[in-house]
Ligand binder design. Structure first.
Ligand SMILES: Nc1ncnc2c1ncn2[C@@H]1O[C@H](COP(=O)(O)OP(=O)(O)OP(=O)(O)O)[C@@H](O)[C@H]1O
Length: 642
């Protein structure tokens, strides 16, 4: 007998975030310490017991280090240490302005270009390309001559000039992650594009961003120093690193010491920033990759008349653009799902099951688009939804559980935070209440140590546990329809049953409808009341499960059932399979797409359109011999023919 049970948890592995990984690198620690000391000393300069930066003492001109002047003096006898520390404040400050402006502009623009694609991408990429072609130093000097005396305005404009590389890098990083399952999962959980960009995508690109930030800061310092050397920015006698280098050049023939001191501090600061950037890149190296794809465009849908069904799919047609051509992979699919009903979508790989499910949830991949038909959810025309109604449809009406649970959980968020985040999207509750609901959700999916699991990151979960968390996330919005796409295929046989049990008990407790996408009759048999069999983008048969299992009226269903492992089958032998392959989408010539593999096919099967016909009370089949098969199964029909 099948029972539900709580999971025994493996010992938790220590959690190591990017910061602690960074702090385990000696080079990173050294670079961060150098920066901390240099910036800290500059900021503390007014409080340190050192001479003022402008105190002139001509008697001590170009003196070497001494107890009164730890780093010696310049040609006017001014304390070099004091001038270095006070001069560092504008260098770091103006570099901060450059950094702030370039990130504040570059990050949102890069995310918009990468995530929204289309004309957003083209427009922003064009602006970035124009920006990249600008001679930054010359432009800055021109700007400085216009904003004479307003050095900070010039630095802000320098930040604008330096944002194109940020846009390009962020855009590239976003494109790499925007079609990953965890982003799809966030979309189907009802998160708005702005939220997805701000929380899910930004979190994933934080590594590349930090690297870029350190490089811009280093460039900002170099620019500020260079401009001060050319006479722009704070004017003498105010100390700047650029001004100190300028002074040192004038006395280079008499003493190299002032140049050495200023040069070393500048070099150390810039070097520390670049080393830090490099180590950040290594510590946050992104093991995930994604594929850039074209953005989905949804055609306006055909109206579907409201009825008693929870979901009504009518004449649905979905195309993918691949290799420069459009291919119809779902061709006129129609079916209903009643409230609380469990329906299985069965068929071999490539028949279009997932595409139908994704079209219902409105999460088709970028290459796919609905080109005909309609989907109605209660009184909503699903394919026409946009903006907020689409978000609330995805989050509150329909939820999606994917085959690969690990890939659908936001990798940079702890499980508890992720669930609390989804709870707050669906309910107006405080943070504390959302946390409590997150734990409750974990308990509802029969996770024993909810508190411990709530503190873990997705990569610290086993496959079964991750799928339970994914299911918890899916039910957080109390959906009326849960779509589970091969929910147990990626899991070990030993934990599959637990997940199926969980789905079944949740469906019974909540009364939500289930759409189970699977090639496995056992899964469908275990969970579903009704099954829809798909072949090559079309429905070939549908009906109540008990009818299909004993009295299928299509040779394809019959062949699929024949391949189902039997309890007494010899496990050492490979499972039987249907001879031949599903024809590639777009290459079906015959009226019956299964005819080239069908044991009872006749020439007539290839000639004219074959409609779905009613056989029995609640069964439909797309076969010219449906009536005959309904009365006598394929094996008998075959025997009679022989
Ligand atoms: N992003 C895509 N771009 C182009 N073609 C695609 C894309 N996704 C799926 N297809 C094609 O669409 C057809 C239907 O795929 P779909 O994943 O819906 O089938 P399926 O029955 O769910 O199979 P599986 O169980 O293997 O996922 C297949 O021929 C597949 O190659």
């Amino acid at each position: 007998m099948m029972t539900t049970r709580s999971l025994a948890l493996p010992r938790p592995k220590p959690v190591r975030g990017p910061f602690s990984r960074l702090m385990r690198r000696p080079l990173a620690v050294a670079a961060a310490s150098v920066l901390f000391v240099v910036i800290g000393a500059c900021l503390m300069a007014p409080f340190l017991p050192i001479p003022g930066p402008n105190e002139i003492n001509l008697v001590r001109s170009l003196a070497g280090p001494s107890p009164e002047h730890l780093l010696g003096t310049d040609q006017l006898g001014r304390d070099l240490l004091s001038r270095l520390l006070f001069g560092g404040i504008p260098s770091f400050g103006y570099a901060g302005i450059v950094l702030f402006v370039s990130l504040a502009l570059g990050i949102p623009l890069g995310i918009c270009a990468g995530y929204l694609g289309g004309w957003w991408d083209r427009a922003i990429a064009t602006i970035a390309d124009i920006g990249l072609a600008m001679p930054v130093l010359i432009m800055t000097i021109v700007i400085l001559s216009v904003f004479d005396g307003l050095f900070w305005v010039a630095m802000a404009l320098l930040g604008v000039l330096m944002c194109p590389p940020v846009i390009r890098n962020v855009r590239g990083a976003v494109i790499a992650v925007r079609h990953e399952n965890f982003v799809d999962a966030a979309r189907v959980a009802g998160l708005s594009p702005v939220r997805i960009m701000a929380t899910h995508i930004l979190a994933r690109i934080v590594g590349p961003l930090l690297v870029q930030a350190t490089l811009i800061a280093a460039l900002g310092i170099s620019f500020t120093v260079g401009l001060a050397f050319l006479g722009f920015g704070p004017q003498p006698p105010d100390p700047t690193w650029g001004g100190m280098i300028q002074d040192a050049v004038l006395v280079l023939s008499r003493s190299q010491w002032p140049m050495f001191v200023a040069g070393v501090v500048l070099a150390i600061s810039v070097l520390a920033l670049t080393v830090l950037g490099d180590t950040v890149r290594e510590a946050t190296v992104d093991p995930w990759t994604g594929v850039s794809r074209r953005r989905r465009k949804t055609e306006p849908s055909l109206p579907v008349e409201p009825g008693s069904a929870l979901v009504a799919v009518r004449d649905l047609k979905v195309e993918y653009s691949a290799g420069g051509r459009d291919v119809l992979v779902v061709d006129g699919v129609s079916f209903d799902i009643g409230p609380g009903e469990a329906v299985g979508l069965v068929g071999e790989s490539g028949c279009g099951k997932s595409t139908v499910a994704r079209a219902i949830a409105r999460i088709l991949p970028a290459a796919g688009r609905t080109v005909g038909g309609g989907v109605r959810f209660r009184d909503q025309a699903v394919l026409d939804l946009e903006g907020k109604p689409l978000q609330s449809y995805r989050g509150g009406s329909v939820a999606y559980v994917f085959q690969d649970p690990m890939g659908t959980l936001e990798p940079s968020m702890r499980v508890g935070d992720l669930l609390a985040h989804i709870v707050r999207l669906n309910h107006r509750v405080s943070r504390a209440e959302a946390k409590a609901r997150a734990l409750e959700l974990l308990r509802r999916v029969q996770i024993a140590d909810a508190e411990v699991v709530g503190r873990r990151y997705p990569h610290e979960l086993s496959g079964g546990l991750a799928q339970r968390v994914a299911i918890a996330r899916a039910i957080a919005g109390e959906p009326a329809l849960l779509i589970a796409d091969e929910p147990t295929t990626a899991l070990d046989a030993s934990i599959r049953l637990g997940i199926l049990d969980l789905l079944r008990s949740l469906q019974r407790e909540t009364g939500m409808a289930l759409l189970i996408v699977s090639h496995d009759w056992d899964v469908v048999d275990y969970l579903c009341d009704r099954a829809i069999v798909m072949y090559a983008g079309q429905i070939t048969e549908s009906g109540r499960l008990e009818d299909l299992l004993v009295n299928s009226a299509h040779p394809y269903t019959h062949a699929l059932l024949e391949c189902r492992p039997k309890a007494d089958s010899d496990r050492s032998k490979p499972l039987p399979s249907i001879a031949g392959q599903v024809a590639a989408p777009g290459s079906h010539r015959a009226a019956c797409r299964f005819s080239d593999r069908c044991p009872i096919a006749k020439p007539v099967c290839t000639q004219s359109h074959i409609p779905l016909v009613q056989v029995g009370v609640d069964q439909q089949s797309r076969c010219l011999f449906a009536e005959e098969l309904y009365v006598a199964p394929v094996s008998v029909v075959l025997t009679e023919r022989i």
